[in-house]
Design a protein around this ligand. Structure first.
Ligand SMILES: Nc1ncnc2c1ncn2[C@@H]1O[C@H](COP(=O)(O)OP(=O)(O)O)[C@@H](O)[C@H]1O
Ligand SMILES: [Mg+2]
Length: 242
């Protein structure tokens, strides 16, 4: 379970997140929506301390993450996989080495075991046999999937997705959405996805919140969100603003 308690974040005098409370129970697939620049990526980064809060707290499985030391932080980032918006693959490393990277850095595993884990994660994202390819040889959707395989390396219980389908064509988007649903079902991971793509919200999430003026608006299920009568929500969901 992830629990935000009066969480705030500002950059200088720009308040991006303002005293937000939120509980994300295990197994939930939560979508955080809102227009560009509203603070979605910042919120996601606060969950694994890629950003430090300026107020309030974040707890993951009962642990206040702001108090973690270096070792605790490494273990948090193993339990919580992060799928970056632009894939963030290392261009000079093969698919295999990209997925193996954190395993090599943080776990002293024999080579055979690393190969087994990498093979298993690539199979989960349906990219078996691509180990030797370089990122530049992959399509956008394949790069996303390598990013997901990498996030799965330590068998996380939570996966955070930053704009998983933004910039992908509609067919590729559906394959990524199906993969996210499959991982939630098969691995029983908790998912938090931030996106401004409503199709992805409908296909993947079972609960939606919107960031508006640094606060969260609770919208319920995607179907309930679609029926919202709050003007700013309606405008966003019907495609009025981004
Ligand atoms: N490291 C930073 N320093 C200063 N301002 C930042 C930083 N990161 C994000 N911001 C600002 O915070 C706001 C929210 O950014 P972000 O979380 O990236 O929005 P979103 O992901 O919803 O597009 C934006 O106005 C952005 O310019
Ligand atoms: Mg963003």
């Amino acid at each position: 379970m992830i629990k935000l308690n009066k969480l705030s974040k500002s950059f200088g005098d720009h308040q991006v997140i303002d005293g937000v409370d939120l509980e994300i129970p295990d197994g939930q697939s939560l979508a955080v929506i809102g227009p560009s620049g509203c603070g979605k990526s910042t919120l996601l980064k606060l969950l694994i301390r890629l950003e430090e809060p300026t107020g309030g707290s974040v707890s993951v499985n009962g642990q206040d993450i702001v108090r973690l030391d270096e070792e605790g932080l490494i273990s948090l980032r193993q339990k919580v996989g992060f799928v970056f918006q632009y894939g963030a693959l290392f261009d000079s490393l093969s698919v295999f080495e990209n997925v193996a990277f954190a395993l090599r850095e943080h776990a002293k595993l024999p080579e055979r075991q690393i190969a087994r884990i990498v093979g298993e994660k690539l199979k989960l994202v349906e990219l078996e046999g691509t180990e030797k390819l370089m990122p530049e040889a992959l399509s956008g959707g394949m790069q996303k999937r390598v990013g997901i395989a990498r996030a799965l390396a330590f068998d996380p219980t939570i996966i955070l997705y930053d704009e998983p389908t933004t910039g992908l064509d509609p067919i590729t988007s559906v394959t990524i959405e199906n993969l996210m649903v499959k991982l939630a079902r098969e691995l029983k991971v908790t998912s938090v996805l931030v996106t401004h793509v409503m199709q992805t919200v409908r296909r993947v999430a079972n609960r939606v919140v919107m960031i508006n003026e640094a606060k969260l608006i609770e919208l319920g299920s995607p179907a309930e969100a679609a029926r919202s009568t709050v003007p700013i929500v309606k405008k966003f969901i019907t495609g009025g603003i981004d």
